[in-house]
Design a protein around this ligand. Structure first.
Ligand code: NDP
Ligand code: GDR
Length: 374
């Protein structure tokens, strides 16, 4: 008998990799997508199945985590064996701009799903995965952070996710639901949203290398993060729901780098050596040398990065480093892709896209490059 999974946030980075992974395992996969004024399924178009075909294995439903009746109806129709709650307003900086909406989606949205599962009498059938986050640690109390490190959230996003974390634990304890929290540290990929720092760097530097943009404006480049690859992390989301008993796990690489280091690696993959000059808000990155043919758009002396305080956060999470020991010992999970390999893959993908744009430009088709930042 095949299993059925429901993914909220299927159109996002993790949702797309998880859907691929579950389809390969033979699951029937249902996903909730939001209505948008433009197509928003780019990350899953390659696995989309025409609903007119007999028995498609991937089905999309319109819905929103702010709408209980809609969540209840979809759960009732799908009767899933597994629910992966990946949907969220997931941008930390944006959560300071839209705190109430973030709480509605990320905190109460989780409660709505859990309550709908219970209301429908699915609490003994349906296993539940909650996308918890290293942002819960915020002002860190212990290095590295483990499943028992105390939380100190530092943004409306993290506070909302803290509610979601505990309501998941509560439904497990109160109703015996199989409900797990994956406390995931930052994970990235070529499908990462363009306004998260790694993708902003790889995409921005590739555009600059191809002469499509002049400069990258960044916030706190001394922040330290433990970055893994999304493909490794969605495998772990599934593994967590295949155990005899539900439990919570930290998912991390156990290695930490600065945003600055990620900038240096990304530039190196483009044949650009950088010098950082100045301090604080006056710091800049200047091109020292260009080798190879990947960066015809820059020359030594170009200032390709400046600090812009608009990207500083009202309360910053300066450092995060996770301990994946429990995941390794209990589930046998270890990440397969290093941070450096992931950076190289992201640069390679963004370079292809920048080169396509540059080629069109050369031939008179000057398509706009979105300069929307984050
Ligand atoms: P993305 O931002 O790429 O994807 C978020 C998904 O949630 C998108 O499909 C988005 O839809 C959907 N969504 C947003 N608002 C709503 C809503 N109101 N109702 C229904 N769906 C909504 O995030 P990631 O894939 O990177 O992350 C997945 C989850 O894991 C998130 O919950 C995130 O907070 C959490 N997380 C992520 C980490 C990371 O490093 N990536 C680390 C730890 C936790 P649309 O495409 O229409 O915008
Ligand atoms: P984060 O990811 O806040 O950790 O949340 P993000 O990539 O946005 O920031 C990481 C660090 O980089 C610093 N930074 C900048 N960030 C952005 N976005 N833009 C900039 O210009 C910039 N300059 C420096 C940030 O200040 C921060 O310290 C991500 C999200 O995926 C969450 O949903 C998830 O829960 C956590 O990771 C784990």
């Amino acid at each position: 008998m095949h299993k059925t999974a429901l993914i909220t946030g299927i159109t996002g980075q993790d949702g797309s990799y998880l859907a691929e992974f579950l389809l390969e395992k033979g699951y029937e996969v249902h996903g909730i997508k939001r209505r948008a004024s433009l197509f928003n399924t780019q990350r899953i178009d390659h696995i989309y199945q025409d609903p007119h075909e007999a028995k498609p294995k991937l089905k999309l439903h319109y819905g929103d985590l702010t709408d209980s009746s809609n969540l209840t109806r979809i759960l009732s129709e799908v009767q899933p064996d597994e629910v992966y709650n990946l949907g969220a307003q997931s941008h930390v900086a944006v959560s300071f701009e839209a705190p109430e909406y973030t709480a509605d989606v990320d905190a109460i949205g989780t409660l709505r799903l859990l309550e709908a599962i219970r209301f429908l009498g699915l609490e003994k059938k349906t296993r539940f995965y909650q996308a918890s986050t290293s942002e819960l640690y915020g002002l860190v109390q212990e290095i590295p952070q483990t499943e028992t490190t105390p939380f100190h959230p530092r943004s409306p996003y993290a506070v909302a996710k803290m509610y979601a974390y505990w309501i998941t634990v509560n439904y497990r304890e109160a109703y015996g639901m199989y409900a797990c929290n994956g406390i995931l540290f930052n994970h990235e990929s070529p499908r990462r949203g363009e306004t998260f720092v790694t993708r902003k760097i790889t995409r921005g530097l590739c555009n600059i290398a191809q002469g499509l943009e002049d400069r990258l404006y960044m916030g706190n480049i001394d922040a330290l993060r433990d970055w893994g690859h999304a493909k490794d992390y969605v495998r772990m989301q599934w593994m967590m729901l295949q155990q005899d008993a539900p439990d919570d796990f930290v998912i991390a690489t156990g290695v930490q780098y600065s945003v600055r280091q990620f900038i240096i690696w990304s530039a190196e993959h483009l044949g650009i050596s950088l010098n950082f000059q100045g301090e604080g808000v006056n710091e800049t990155a200047v091109v020292a040398k260009v080798t190879g043919d990947k960066a015809p758009g820059v020359k030594p002396g170009d200032v390709i990065l400046r600090i812009d305080p608009q990207y500083f956060r009202p309360a910053e999470v300066e450092t995060l480093l996770g301990s994946p020991i429990k995941a390794k010992e209990k589930l046998g999970w270890t990440p397969q892709i290093t941070t450096q390999e992931m950076c190289e893959e992201m640069v390679a993908e963004d370079l292809k896209s920048a080169q396509r744009h540059a080629l069109l430009k050369q031939h008179g088709f000057d398509l706009p490059v979105s300069l929307e930042n984050g």
